[in-house]
Structures are given as structure tokens and as C-alpha cells.
Design a protein around this ligand. Sequence first.
Ligand SMILES: [Zn+2]
Length: 316
Amino acid sequence: MIWNKLIVITIVLLIAFIIYKFVEKFGYDIYTEIYFRSKKFVTIKESISEHTINCNDLNHYIEELKKSYVRVASYNYGTSQVIDNSIFNFQRKEWNKITYNNQTFQCSASICTNSRRQPIKYLCKYFNIKINEESLSKFESILNDYISVEQGKNLLLKERESIVNSISKSIPFLIQKFSKEKLTAKLGFETIDISDTYIPTFTFQYISAGGNSSSNCVIPLNIENLNQLINYLNDIIEQTKSIAGQRALMTSNLREIIKQRDNYQCCACNIGIKHEPNLLLEIDHIIPLSKGGITTLDNLQTLCWKCNRTKGAKII
Ligand SMILES: [Zn+2]
């Protein structure tokens, strides 16, 4: 009799334990799933839908800007076929590292070492960056776009946080605490890519003829280097000109100067950061570079990203 009771108690305890473990493992997930499907949540989601659409729009725009970089070394050198007829087909390990693409330059040991000392100079020389107004303008607009990307990403994150905060009182504590990412996704926000992998890099690669040693010099064309490249190109161009013109240089500094001049306000729709603190403001060439406009103070204006995008679409 007593054995029977013990067996029943054991089975009951076992079932209780299994249920406990199940709830522990899936309970929270089930809870969140039920919550995200609830009418209450759907109503909250709808109440901010205009903001989420806006954020996602800016996210798309930032992704478009990342593509602004057109291959600097766009030469097509042709194709070839290599046939190795050597009797002793040594495979030294460094040979495997040889990279063939137009952002890698195979060079001697001394070029590789010198490129570390004067990266911008070597970049221009060996990656066919022409020193003229045209390429200066090209890099100015790449820099302009990249700074917008970096600022846009930060502002977008802040904006998203402020929207989520504004509805935080209506969202259960547990969800906010443990499912923040899922919450933003369920609210309809698309993922923001905050990595900087869109920035192109250029490599000087030295591999010894014997395949036993190698070294690299990698130059990322990031905002800092772009600023330097623009100044470098301008310095050389200025030397060849007889009269210094009215030209300004689109650098990180100039962007801030123009924004300040325009009171951090869009010159087209007059919305500024006073009204929308997380608004992405960009610098626009009134007469575009593609239509002969140049970087001068009076050809530059502050535009919000929406007006800038509309203007860009019209030109195309
Ligand atoms: Zn505007």
C-alpha cells in the first residue's frame, strides 16, 4: 500500500517538475508571443506607425548613400590565364596570400614600407587617382555622403529610442527589460546596420619571390583619410593654378560651418533641429557638381535629408 502511494507521489512530482521546466524554458516565449499578438500591442504599434515608416525611410536612404562610392580604381586591366610549367612546383605558404583585385596593389617591399609613411600620396600614385578638379569633387561628395551616413545612423538610433521611450508606459516591464530587440522589430522598425564595412579599403601587398615572407599596408578610405585626401589633392591643384579661386573644400569642418550659418535648419522646408532634435541635416550643392557647380560658400546650403532626397530624385 505504502509503495503505491510513493509511486503516485513520485509520478506527480515528476510531472510537476516537467511542467516547471517547460514553463521555465518556453513560458516567457509563449508570454511574449501572446503579448505581441494582443490587440493592445497592435494598437500601440499603429499609434506610432507614421514614425516607424519615417525611421525605416531614413534607414533606406542611409543604405543608398553608402553606395555613393564609385570604384576609384575602375580600370579594367583584362584577363589572363596562367600555366605553370616549372618542374619543381614549390608551394610556399606566403604565395597563397596573393590577392588579385583592383583594390590591392602587388608591390615591392620598399613601396609597401613607404606607403605606410605617406598613405595618401601612395594611394593616389598607385591606384590611379587623378590629381584634378574632377576627382577632388568626386571625393568631396563621397565624404559628404559618408558623414551623412555616420550622423544618420546615430540620429536614427536616438530617434528610435525616443519613440520607444514615448510608449514605454504602455509596454509591460518584462518585455522592455528582456526583449528590447524583439520589441523594436515587432513595432516595425527595420534593423540598422551600424557597421562600417561599406568603407572601401586599399591594400599594398608585398610577397617575396621565394614565397617565404610577406607584408601588407591597408588604407581604409574612411572619413579621416578622405579629409586628408581632399586636402592633399587641393594642395597640389592650388600649386598649379596661377590665381587662387573662391573655392572652398568640402571637409568635415566646412559641413559644420554651413550648418551653423543656416541655423541648423533646412533651407527648403525650414524645419530645424529645434523642432526635430534627431533630424539628419545634409549639405547640398545648390548647382550640383554634375552640372558645373562648385564648392563655394554661396553654392552650399543645409537641407534636411527628405528635401535633399527629393531634390536628388529630380536631378536624375
Ligand atoms: Zn527640408
